[in-house]
Write a protein of this length. Structure first.
Length: 236
């Protein structure tokens, strides 16, 4: 028996029909965030490498001038001209790396939200995710390091901390050379250099923590870990 061509097919469930399209849109956004995050990390490594290259070239130039002038007046003049440039590049690198880390955190937040949407479409996939589908701070940390908190070793090994420490050392060396050019005693040179390095490190650290603190104050999670623990009702 042939089907009646005038008979209309049964209506499709709107949500069932839209599920593949939603998954495709979410996957496209996910790949876009992954590409942007890769570019962000490449910029962090590139800027840090550029700063270290400038620093290495400056150290080599200072050593050659020191050999030629026997650490005399001309060496101090050259150092006073070159080291501020290195310090300026280092501070600029530190500020950009801190900002890039914050941008990377936002990208992780976006990907965690997309995983939350994935689990709304397919809740049975929850046991297979090792990264988080929550966009609060514990969820972001789980995606970053698969842990609920970050230790001191993780903070010190990050690019901002390394660049900041180098900047502090460069500032301390510059202060020592200034004191030496003014004819200060060795004890005064060491004290001023140490205090300058500590002050510079503290200032840069405070700037970084202030930006992170502002992000924590202004941010509001949409899918926090404590809100039921799962995007699907009834799941523990």
């Amino acid at each position: 028996m042939k089907p009646d061509p005038t008979t209309k097919p049964p209506p499709l469930d709107r949500h069932v029909a839209a599920a593949p399209l939603r998954a495709q849109i979410l996957a496209t956004e996910h790949w876009s965030l992954l590409a942007t995050r890769s570019m962000t990390w490449n910029e962090i490594f590139s800027r840090t490498g550029t700063f270290l290259t400038v620093l290495s070239a400056t150290v080599v130039a200072l050593s050659l001038v020191a050999q030629a002038t026997d650490f005399g007046h001309n060496f101090r003049v050259f150092a006073l001209l070159v080291i501020p440039i290195v310090l300026l590049v280092g501070i600029g690198t530190y500020l950009r790396v801190v900002k890039a880390d914050i941008e990377d955190a936002w990208l992780v937040v976006g990907m965690n939200r997309l995983r939350h949407a994935y689990l709304e479409l397919a809740p049975e996939l929850d046991p297979y995710f090792v990264t988080s589908h929550h966009d609060d701070e514990p969820g972001v940390l789980q995606t970053y390091s698969f842990r609920a908190n970050v230790g001191l070793s993780d903070l010190l090994s990050g690019s901002p901390a390394i660049v900041g420490i180098i900047d502090a050392v460069v500032a301390g060396v510059f202060a020592v050379i200034v004191c030496q050019a003014l004819g200060a005693a060795v004890v005064v040179q060491i004290a001023v250099g140490l205090l300058t390095a500590l002050a510079t490190g503290g200032m840069l650290g405070a700037m970084g923590f202030r930006r992170v603190g502002q992000l924590r104050r202004d941010y509001r999670a949409r899918f926090p870990s404590g809100a039921g623990g799962s995007p699907v009702p009834g799941r523990g």
